[in-house]
Design a protein around this ligand. Sequence first.
Ligand SMILES: [Fe+2]
Length: 264
Amino acid sequence: MSRILQLTDLHVFQTPGTLLRGVDTGGYLQKVVQHIKDTDVAFDAMIVTGDHTHDELPASYQAVRSLLSPWIDRLWQVPGNHDDRQVLRTVFADRIAGEADAPIQFAFELNNWLCLGLDTHLPGAVSGRIGADRILWARQIADRSAAARMALFCHHPPVLIGSPWMDAIGLEDRELIQDWCVSDSRVQLICCGHVHHEFSARLGNAEVLTTPSTGIQFSPEGSTPRFVPGSPGYRIIDLQSDGYRTQVIRIPDVAIPENPADTK
Ligand SMILES: [Fe+2]
């Protein structure tokens, strides 16, 4: 068995203690990191599925790097809408190949699984786009791989989640990922961020899962963005020879603002 930890939507600020709707996102990430250390969970890879920072400043990325430094040798990343590829790439230069604003994507194999990180970042937009070139890159790697199963990791989910306000800022060309997943039954798991809560759906032979933020939690209800009280979380994914198991871990004993929607 191989184990992956997925962290998503960190939204860290340059200045420690800065609040996002009443939530200390940097402090919450510290709690998540401490929880991982305290539980002494062994894992093979840590994947961050975007929105590393909220302000997209170098010092914020440095703060994230410092917190995740115990696992830098097994860290893989894709950008979210709240990311600047150039700054992300500069701060994590030893982990992210390529230059300037090139897509940030990854591929590695674990236990007969091919794990692919897809870049859905669309500069200047909250919504995402994968684009034909990035899908071609992924499909070519998949075609060359003898892995029996595939897991995809990206920021924007490639399906509608049934939330009017969130679906309006979703993946614009999600049919590109959908077409691929329907045509290749090896794609069995797609782990995403962006929606800041837990959600699941089927796509071809794959289960699409979203994961709670390590910081602030959203509600899918309503027609406008809505923040809800909730503990920070992350996901454990166990890749087995005959399938996978996964669970969301919520951090206990974290002070949660009672009504984050009403606080600034
Ligand atoms: Fe986010």
